[in-house]
Design a binder for this molecule. Sequence first.
Ligand SMILES: NC(=O)c1ccc[n+]([C@@H]2O[C@H](COP(=O)([O-])OP(=O)(O)OC[C@H]3O[C@@H](n4cnc5c(N)ncnc54)[C@H](O)[C@@H]3O)[C@@H](O)[C@H]2O)c1
Length: 276
Amino acid sequence: MQGFAGKVAVVTGAGSGIGRALALELGRSGAKLAISDVDVAGLAETEALLKSIGAPVKADRLDVTEREAFLIYADEVKEHFGVVHQIYNNAGIAFTGDVEVMGFKDIERVMDVDFWGVVNGTKAFLPHLLESGDGHVINVSSLFGIFAVPGQSAYNAAKFAVRGFTEALRQEMITKKRPVAVTTVHPGGIKTAIARNAGSVEDLDAADLAAQFDKKLARTSPERAAEIILEAVRKKKARVLVGADAKSLDVLVRILGSNYQSIFSRVMGMLVKNGH
Ligand SMILES: NC(=O)c1ccc[n+]([C@@H]2O[C@H](COP(=O)([O-])OP(=O)(O)OC[C@H]3O[C@@H](n4cnc5c(N)ncnc54)[C@H](O)[C@@H]3O)[C@@H](O)[C@H]2O)c1
């Protein structure tokens, strides 16, 4: 893809799914990659794939919830490549369970990874992106950052928070005429390991939930998702909806207003067989 040659791009959660596909598409487009993940085996596979296509790559184990480590990592990436242009705050986890039965710890864990991980990455890299004179923050929210569904309150909260944080940042950069573009990404169902890696409250069958996600909801390949995201990054779009499901449900929710909640809760009740 045009527009990425020579750019230094940072991708978190690059050991799987959308993160790996983004890193590979960026590598194929001539970017230099700083990739990270907590899953070192998955990360090593992505690193090997990048090396096989000749893309310069720095791979590190990084937990996005560890703020101090993230700040040090940002400086190391800058030192390694001399400049940093883009960060894709992509690492994320899912968790299913009703508010009634979820523990505080379950909710905090999702917020720590999915929201605070994005804040940590944005804040750690923003000075370097500004210094580059041509920076870009790309934060991965979700279709669940546009509407809520039963059983996803923690994930919904984190992804709505990512959207609010990122949309405010974009406006700050525009208002202050700062050289950093900002894009919020809202994927629909993407065929990745997210549901298989997800947690759930004890009395739900996690394997069954994952099988239902894989069978009924995951429609777009991670490779196609990466192409759609990078096309939007190239055009410096404010928001990118990934997949036909994301596009159509976004329109539907805007038409229905808050009435979407009564309709979606009935549909989700049918989809999530074991839902509480
Ligand atoms: N797959 C979907 O349908 C979908 C839909 C909407 C949004 N998303 C979002 O897309 C992003 C990527 O998800 P995916 O679908 O590729 O899932 P995935 O599970 O395939 O990949 C997520 C990666 O993040 C890593 N990760 C998890 N916790 C981490 C941490 N604390 N620090 C660093 N890395 C960590 C995992 O090890 C994994 O490699 C996530 O933010 C997810 O919420 C996915």
